[in-house]
Design a protein around this ligand. Structure first.
Ligand code: SF4
Length: 188
């Protein structure tokens, strides 16, 4: 999933224009709460790695948010290692790749967590409300919510893409980073 470098000051905008809903929700939760639990940090951390955020920028990005509630020493001690680990610079130096839809859809999500696939995890009313807040037209909200109710999560995701880009992606959505690339092909 290599792509051109993405600067972190573009993430707010990109989360609205080119992120699939799962990542938009994680970005928003991080910005609102200045924190994400472990599974959310992995899902979102690997996604931004895949869209071309460098490790140095990723450390900066997470630190900027987390240290609104934590002191810098605590951040460095508790979270810095894990972020470097995602980039393969610690531990066994595994080069972790961004998670695909099947893995995200099958993850279990507890209270206070924002990872997972929202078409599966959110109850239908919360999903509708979220899409409404994001300015998705009513007809598309209905279509997406009905698809999600019938467990067609990837088709719901494709319909969200269509609502934002006025066209379908070239390939079916099976990976959040694939969604992002399709979007950038149209918008960049
Ligand atoms: Fe994310 Fe995939 Fe769900 Fe779309 S279908 S919201 S890309 S996990």
């Amino acid at each position: 999933w290599t792509t051109t470098a993405t600067p972190i000051d573009k993430l707010d905008e990109l989360s609205k224009t080119s992120y699939p809903l799962c990542m938009r929700i994680l970005h928003e939760a991080l910005k609102n709460n200045h924190h994400l639990k472990n599974s959310g940090r992995i899902q979102y951390g690997l996604f931004i790695k895949g869209i071309g955020v460098t490790m140095e920028d990723a450390l900066d990005f997470w630190k900027r948010e987390f240290t609104k509630k934590l002191d810098v020493d605590k951040f460095d001690k508790e979270y810095g290692y894990a972020i470097r680990h995602l980039y393969g610079r610690e531990g066994k130096q595994t080069n972790y790749t961004p998670l695909g839809c099947p893995k995200i859809i099958s993850s279990s999500v507890g209270p206070g967590e924002y990872h997972g696939c929202p078409y599966k995890c959110l109850d239908n009313e919360s999903l509708r409300q979220k899409l409404f807040n994001y300015g998705i037209p009513a007809a598309s909200i209905n279509e997406i919510a009905e698809l999600a109710k019938d467990w067609h999560y990837n088709i719901a995701c494709t319909t969200y893409f269509k609502a934002l880009h006025n066209r379908l992606p070239e390939k079916p959505i099976i990976h959040p980073n694939g969604y992002f690339l399709e979007s950038r092909n149209i918008l960049a």
